[in-house]
Design a protein around this ligand. Structure first.
Ligand code: SAM
Length: 280
């Protein structure tokens, strides 16, 4: 693996902060990450943000196919040259924004394993997108800033428990994979990084509108997280009247004084079913 600093220098480029460009520069770390994903010759990988190929190239040597989506067009010729130099033929590069692609369009014959050292400025949005399109994804290995990974894993009742914790824990069994220090990247970030694995659950029933309602309720409840549920769910984007909210909370067996940050995913689920029942 050629050091990313050298590749950028040769091309007269620089790493862009606005695209979250902290490239893996330690080949041992890249190999360790690829090992941990357990990908094999029948895996179709979707890589988010291949950059200069630190993960792309070792993954392609193990997987059936890698489709990589990269927003920064300046990097693509460098990456293509690295791929050609190693005689690798099973990588497709899509020049685009991962937030705008439809994962279904990438799917070939089987579900994807999504892997990415994510641009940290949009990693929450990427995770929400993957949750929404999880029908096409078997699992994901994603690298986050450690603070965000801690929030994703947080349980109800603590300060770290957030909209992202509830939505991602509803959609996946999440486990810790590895912690990576700043020295493994160029340029080195000021923060530690954590890789999490998401084993996605398929939607329980095919009622997509119920899931959308669940995500809307979680969003509204956490947007005013210091308020009691009876207040955070009244008005606003949900547009519910207070009596309606009180009735739904009673039906779900949830005290109206409680706050979003104390509700488990199961309780959010009960609440949404009660809202459905209350609205007839
Ligand atoms: N995978 C490479 C590595 O580990 O060295 C690069 C990781 S770097 C943290 C994030 C990468 O995501 C960069 O290559 C950046 O250009 C790309 N990126 C940023 N925003 C993106 C977006 N919206 N869609 C696709 N790629 C994006």
């Amino acid at each position: 693996m050629t050091h990313p600093g050298q590749l950028l220098k040769q091309a007269g480029l620089y790493a862009g902060k606005e695209l979250g460009q902290n490239f893996l520069s330690n080949p041992g770390t890249a190999r360790m990450i690829v090992e941990k994903t357990g990908i094999s010759e029948d895996t179709h990988v979707l890589e988010i943000g291949p950059g200069l190929g630190a993960l792309t190239l070792p993954m392609a040597k193990k997987a059936l196919h890698v489709t990589a989506v990269e927003k920064d067009g300046r990097l693509i010729p460098i990456l293509m040259e690295e791929i050609a130099g190693q005689g690798i033929k099973n990588i497709d590069i899509i020049h685009g924004d991962v937030l705008k692609i439809h994962i279904k369009d990438i799917l070939k014959d089987k579900k994807l394993v999504v892997i990415g050292n994510l641009p940290y400025n949009i990693s929450s949005q990427i995770l929400i997108k993957l949750v929404e399109e999880r029908k096409y994804i078997e699992k994901a290995f994603l690298m986050f800033q450690t603070e965000l990974a801690t929030r994703i894993l947080a349980l109800p009742g603590g300060r770290e428990y957030s909209r992202l914790s509830a939505v991602s824990q509803y959609a996946a069994r999440i486990s810790f994979v590895a912690q990576i220090g700043p020295a493994s990247f160029f340029p080195s970030p000021d923060v530690n990084s954590t890789i999490l694995q998401f084993q996605f659950f398929q939607p329980e029933d095919n009622d997509e509108s119920l899931e959308k309602l669940l995500f809307d309720v979680i969003k509204a409840a956490f947007s005013k997280r210091r308020k009691s549920l009876k207040n955070s769910m009244t008005g606003g984007e949900l547009g519910y009247q207070k009596d309606f909210v009180l009735h739904a909370l009673a039906l779900a067996g949830i005290e109206p004084q409680r706050r979003a940050e104390t509700l488990s995913v199961e309780e959010f689920n009960s609440l949404v079913r009660a809202i459905r029942e209350t609205s007839g």
